[in-house]
Ligand binder design. Structure first.
Ligand code: NAD
Length: 500
C-alpha cells in the first residue's frame, strides 16, 4: 500500500506551505484505498486566505477592465478544454463516477465559463437621457469583494464552475471550499486559473470541514456565500451567513419524481428512468429516485426497467463500466441500509443491488442498481433523500394523485413527466411546484445561460446558480442620477458659442 499523498490549499496561485494540522482521508472508492491526506484549515488559516483575496480585490481585480477579465476567461476556457481528460481522471479517482460521466461534468462546467466570457454584455447597465430636464439616470453593477463558494462531493468540478467563473468575471475574488471527499479536481482547476493569467489571490482554494465553513460564514470580509449541499447544511449556511450580514444562495438536497402517464412511450420512459436513476450511482441532485407510474402501466414499465438494469455493469469507473461505486464505505452502507428498511416496510425488492458482481479489484464501495416496487409515501425509502442507486416505483391511479405527491414533497429540485399528450405536459409545467421540469427528458441538465436551482427545501435564498441570476447575485446595483450644466448655461466657459 502506498502512502497517501498530501493534498493542501491553493492560495494566491501557489501550493500552501503551512504546517500540517488536522487532516481528512481521501479514498479511491473503486479500490477502497486511502490515496490522499487532506489538510483541514483552521479558522485562523481561513482568515489568512480571506485577507489574501481581499488584497487581490482591492489592489486591482475589483477595478480591472472588462477586456482584461475576458482575456483571462477565454484563456481559462481553452486550458480547461485542453485538460478536461486529466480533470475527469482526477474526479473518477476520488469520486468514483465513470470516466464518461466525469468528462460530462467538466463539459457542463466549461459551458458556464463560456457564458462568463460574455461578461461585457452581461454587465451592461441602463441609461435614461433627460429623466428630468438635463438630468440623466443610469444604472451600473459593481463587484461585491470577496465571495465564498462551498461545494459538495458529487460534482467536484461542475458545481464550483457554476459560481467561480461568474464571480470572477463580475470582478470579485473567490475563496472556494470544496468537499473534503474529492478535493483534487478543484486544486487542478485552480492552477489552470493561474496559468490563464489570473492575478494571484483572485482565486483561492481552502480545504476544511465545519471549522473552515464557520470561519467563512462569520468573516466580516466575506460578502457573499454560494453553497451547494444537503438540505440541513444548506439551511444552516443560509441562516448563519445571513445573520452575519452576507447575501447567501444555498442549494440543498432533492427527492426528484418522474411521473409516467399511461399514454407515454414506455421504452423512452424506461431508458430515462435507468439513466436518471442510476447514472453516477444516483449521486446527483437531479437523480430520479421516485417513479410514479399511473396505472395500468406499472407492470410493463417495471419489466422494461428490470430488463435494462440487468444489462448494466457496475465496477471501476476507469474500465468502461456503466456505473461506479458510492463515494465512501460509510455512504455505501447507509444507502444499503435502505434496502432492508424498504423490505421491512413492505416494499417489493425487484432488483437487489447487493447481489451483483462488480468489475473491480480491491475493496471498493459498490452497490449495484436497486429497484423497489409497491413503495408507499410513508416509507423511509420514499421520504429520505437516499443519494444512491435506489429507484422506488409508486403506483398511482391518476395524474392528480401523482401531482399531489410531488407538490406535497418538501423538496422541489427537479421533476420529469413522460406523456404523448401536449395538454397534459403543459398543465404539469404550470401546476408542479418544482424549480426544474423535464418533459419527455429524464432530467433537465443545467444550461449555463439559464439559472439552475430548485424550490422549497432545495433552495434557501432567492438566487439560482449562473445565468442572469448568477450575475445579479455576484454584483450590486447602483443607480446614478446626474446633471451636467452645458456651457451655454452660464458659469462655465469652455469656448463653446453661447446659445447654440
Ligand atoms: P454536505 O451537505 O454533506 O456537504 C456540502 C458542503 O458542506 C461540503 O463542502 C462540506 O464540507 C460542508 N459541510 C458538511 N457538514 C457541514 C457542517 N456541519 N457545517 C458546515 N459545513 C459542512 O453535502 P454532500 O454530501 O457533499 O453533497 C450531497 C448533497 O448535495 C445532496 O443532498 C445533494 O442533493 C446536494 N446537492 C444539491 C445540488 C443542487 O443543485 N440543489 C447539487 C449538488 C448536490
Amino acid at each position: 500500500m502506498s502512502t497517501p499523498t498530501r493534498i493542501t490549499h491553493h492560495v494566491a496561485g501557489r501550493t500552501w506551505d503551512g504546517p500540517v494540522g488536522r487532516t481528512s482521508p481521501v479514498f479511491n472508492p473503486a479500490t477502497g484505498q486511502e490515496t490522499g491526506a487532506l489538510d483541514l484549515a483552521t479558522a485562523d488559516e481561513v482568515g489568512q486566505v480571506v485577507a489574501t483575496a481581499k488584497e487581490a480585490w482591492a489592489s486591482g481585480w475589483g477595478s480591472s477592465s472588462l477586456s482584461k477579465r475576458t482575456q483571462v476567461l477565454f484563456r481559462f476556457r481553452e486550458l480547461l478544454n485542453e485538460r478536461k481528460e486529466d480533470i475527469a481522471a482526477l474526479i473518477t479517482a476520488e469520486h468514483g463516477k465513470v470516466l464518461s460521466d466525469a468528462l460530462g461534468e467538466v463539459t457542463r462546467g466549461l459551458e458556464v465559463v463560456e457564458f462568463a466570457c460574455g461578461i461585457p454584455h452581461l454587465l451592461k447597465g441602463g441609461f435614461t437621457e433627460n429623466a428630468s430636464t438635463k438630468v440623466d439616470v443610469y444604472s451600473i453593477r459593481q463587484s461585491l469583494g470577496v465571495v465564498a463558494v462551498i461545494s459538495p462531493f458529487n460534482f467536484p468540478a461542475m458545481v464550483p464552475l457554476w459560481f467561480v467563473p461568474v464571480a470572477i468575471a463580475c470582478g470579485n475574488t473567490v475563496v472556494l471550499k470544496p468537499s473534503e471527499k474529492d478535493p483534487s479536481a478543484t486544486v487542478a482547476i485552480a492552477d489552470l486559473w493561474r496559468e490563464a493569467g489570473l492575478p494571484d489571490g483572485v482565486m483561492n482554494v481552502v480545504h476544511g470541514d465545519k471549522e473552515a465553513v464557520d470561519a467563512l460564514l462569520t468573516h466580516p470580509d466575506v460578502k457573499a456565500v454560494s453553497f451547494v449541499g444537503s438540505t440541513p447544511i444548506a439551511r444552516y449556511v443560509y441562516e448563519t451567513g445571513t445573520a452575519n450580514g452576507k447575501r447567501v444562495q444555498a442549494l440543498g438536497g432533492a427527492k426528484n419524481h418522474m411521473l409516467v402517464l399511461p399514454d407515454a412511450d414506455l421504452d423512452l420512459a424506461a431508458d430515462a428512468a435507468v439513466n436518471a436513476g442510476f447514472g453516477s450511482a444516483g449521486e446527483r441532485c437531479m437523480a430520479i429516485s421516485a417513479l410514479l407510474a399511473v396505472e395500468p402501466i406499472a407492470d410493463d414499465l417495471i419489466e422494461k426497467i428490470k430488463d435494462r438494469v440487468g444489462k448494466l455493469v457496475t465496477g471501476d469507473g476507469t474500465r468502461g463500466t456503466d456505473m461506479g461505486p458510492l463515494v465512501t464505505q460509510q455512504h455505501r452502507d447507509k444507502v444499503a441500509s435502505y434496502l432492508d428498511a424498504g423490505v421491512e416496510a413492505g416494499a417489493e425488492l425487484v432488483v437487489d443491488g447487493r447481489e451483483a458482481d462488480f468489475d473491480a479489484d480491491g475493496d471498493g464501495f459498490f452497490l449495484a442498481p436497486t429497484l423497489f416496487d409497491k413503495v408507499s409515501p410513508e416509507m423511509s425509502v420514499y421520504q429520505d433523500e437516499i443519494f444512491g442507486p435506489v429507484l422506488s416505483v409508486l403506483r398511482v391511479q391518476s395524474y392528480d394523485e401523482g401531482l399531489e405527491l410531488i407538490n406535497s414533497n418538501p423538496y422541489g429540485n427537479g421533476t420529469a413527466i413522460f406523456t404523448n399528450d401536449g395538454g397534459a405536459a403543459r398543465r404539469f409545467q404550470n401546476e408542479v411546484e418544482v424549480g426544474m421540469v423535464g418533459i419527455n427528458v429524464p432530467i433537465p441538465v443545467p444550461m449555463a445561460y439559464y439559472s439552475f436551482g430548485g424550490w422549497k427545501n432545495s433552495l434557501f435564498g432567492d438566487s439560482h446558480a449562473h445565468g442572469m441570476e448568477g450575475v445579479n447575485f455576484f454584483t450590486r446595483g447602483k443607480v446614478v442620477t446626474s446633471r451636467w450644466l452645458d456651457p451655454s448655461h452660464g458659469g462655465l466657459n469652455l469656448g463653446f458659442p453661447q446659445n447654440t
